[in-house]
Every structure is written in structure tokens, then in C-alpha cells.
Design a protein around this ligand. Structure first.
Ligand code: CIR
Length: 258
């Protein structure tokens, strides 16, 4: 059944202590981050997504990046086991939230690790990045959870960026957006549109032609508008300092049985 709910999670007051792996640490303005997060949530609501706030996890600096803690396929919520040990407590509140929305709940178990940022769904194809945060057992467990539901799981090596979705996302027609130098195996993706900026590789599909995209990717927004899409621009500079992007601040739930 179609639904338009999006999980979001308010930034922790300790956001500035969030993990940084592939970029230099820069000072994060937490007040500005909260304003940016509120504007992001408002952009979702403006485009008919009902936002559902997971209880805040104030002791978890990276908890705003809620995408990493759960992967949805149909009405099944796969609670992850984040690759970074410091992020594992984030899943508790998320599990409660998805259960209260009526999802079937499944889990990644030790020794598996998987971050939601490594999972890109394009129709029934589920690409999963095997890299710094997601291990082989995590890939196997994802496959076991979703293939019986009709998914085709394609594992992709990821060594150059934090997550698979740091390098690519997909347009509504399935075209993959990204930058070839950030990919280990670009030939795995059948239809590929190179973008002019790194953060241009990240879009959130809002419905119809509308795509949420970061203010740091103006040339990509222009390119996408020129191809008939409607970019909806949000400034997420404070989250980008922590290797976050537009995708990681929400989890869209499109097939709830509510
Ligand atoms: N899915 C995502 O892109 N998540 C971003 C997570 C950033 C966070 N600082 C981390 O390193 O885990």
C-alpha cells in the first residue's frame, strides 16, 4: 500500500563529535545544523511526506544520520548493525519507531555489519556496498532478508568513499548519478550519468520529477533541471562536514500497511 512517511531524527547536542573518515575535520556549528535539519524536514513535508521523528539519541553524535540504522524493503524494516561501534546504540530508538509504524522487523546480527548508507534500491534491484562499514556477513544477511521478498541483491565493492551512497544515487527512471573516480566498479551500473560535483551524486526522490539535492551541488541541480527534473535545494553544509548528505538524514517508507 503506498505511504509517504519519512523517519527523521533530531541532531544530538554532541553532533560536532560525529565521525569523520575520508575528509578533514571542520568545526560544526550545531545551532546552524539544527536550523538546517528543520528546513530539511520542512522540505519533506512541503512535498507531502509525513515526517515521523525517532526519539532523539542525545548521547550518539551521529544519530541524525538515521538512514544508516534501518533499511526498508516493502514493509520490512531491516535494523542494521552499524560498522562503527560508536553508532550501534542508535538502532534502539529506530527499532521502536518502525515497529510502532507496523513494519515487520528483521535484524543484522553479529558478525554482520551494515550501514543503510551502503544500500541503494533501484526498483527491485538492491545494490549493497561492501566497504569500510558493511562486511561480507552483512551483505549475506541483507540478501537472506530481502531476496525471498523479490529483491535482486547486487554487491558492489566500495573503497574510495564512506558508503555506496556517498558515490551514487538513482534518478526516478533508474539512471545512476555519480562520479566515476569515486567508484571501484562503475561498469556494474547499466545507465550512468556523471555529475559535475561530488555532492551532486546524492538525490532524494520526493515524488514525480522532484529531487531533493544539496545547495553545494548547483551545477548538478542545473543539469538535472535541464533534463526535466525539479531540484528542491536544501543547505546541509554542517552535515556535509561530517560526511553526511541529503539521503542520510531520512528514511522514506513507501509501502507501509497502515
Ligand atoms: N548514509 C550516510 O551518508 N551517512 C553519513 C554518516 C556520517 C557519519 N559521520 C559517519 O561517519 O557515520
Amino acid at each position: 500500500m503506498p505511504s509517504k512517511k519519512a523517519l527523521i531524527r533530531r541532531p544530538s547536542p554532541r553532533l560536532a563529535e560525529g565521525l569523520v573518515t575520508h575528509i578533514e575535520r571542520e568545526k560544526v556549528d550545531v545551532d546552524l545544523a539544527v536550523e538546517q535539519w528543520e528546513a530539511y524536514a520542512e522540505a519533506l513535508r512541503t512535498h507531502d511526506w509525513e515526517t515521523v521523528e525517532v526519539d532523539p539519541a542525545d548521547d550518539c553524535p551521529d544519530s541524525v544520520f538515521v538512514e544508516d540504522t534501518v533499511v526498508m524493503y516493502r514493509n520490512v524494516a531491516l535494523i542494521t548493525r552499524p560498522g562503527a561501534a560508536s553508532r550501534r546504540d542508535e538502532t534502539l530508538g529506530v527499532e521502536e519507531a518502525v515497529a510502532s509504524l507496523g513494519c515487520s522487523v528483521n535484524w543484522i546480527w553479529e558478525p554482520g555489519t551494515l550501514d543503510g548508507g551502503d544500500v541503494l534500491k533501484v526498483g527491485d534491484t538492491v545494490y549493497v556496498g561492501r566497504g569500510g562499514r558493511t562486511n561480507a556477513a552483512g551483505v549475506q544477511q541483507l540478501r537472506a532478508a530481502f531476496e525471498p521478498l523479490g529483491a535482486r541483491v547486487v554487491a558492489v565493492p566500495v573503497s574510495k568513499v564512506l558508503h555506496l551512497k556517498s558515490a551514487i544515487t538513482a534518478l526516478p527512471d533508474g539512471t545512476i548519478l555519480g562520479r566515476i573516480p569515486q567508484l571501484d566498479a562503475p561498469s556494474l551500473f547499466p545507465r550512468f550519468l556523471p555529475v559535475p560535483e561530488e555532492s551532486g551524486a546524492h538525490v532524494v526522490l520526493l515524488g514525480g520529477d522532484k529531487l531533493l539535492i544539496a545547495a553545494s551541488a548547483p551545477k548538478t541541480a542545473e543539469l538535472l533541471a535541464d533534463l526535466g527534473h525539479e531540484p528542491v535545494v536544501v543547505d546541509i553544509s554542517e552535515f556535509e562536514k561530517l560526511e553526511g548528505c541529503v539521503t542520510c538524514l531520512s528514511v522514506r517508507m513507501r509501502e507501509l500497511y497502515a
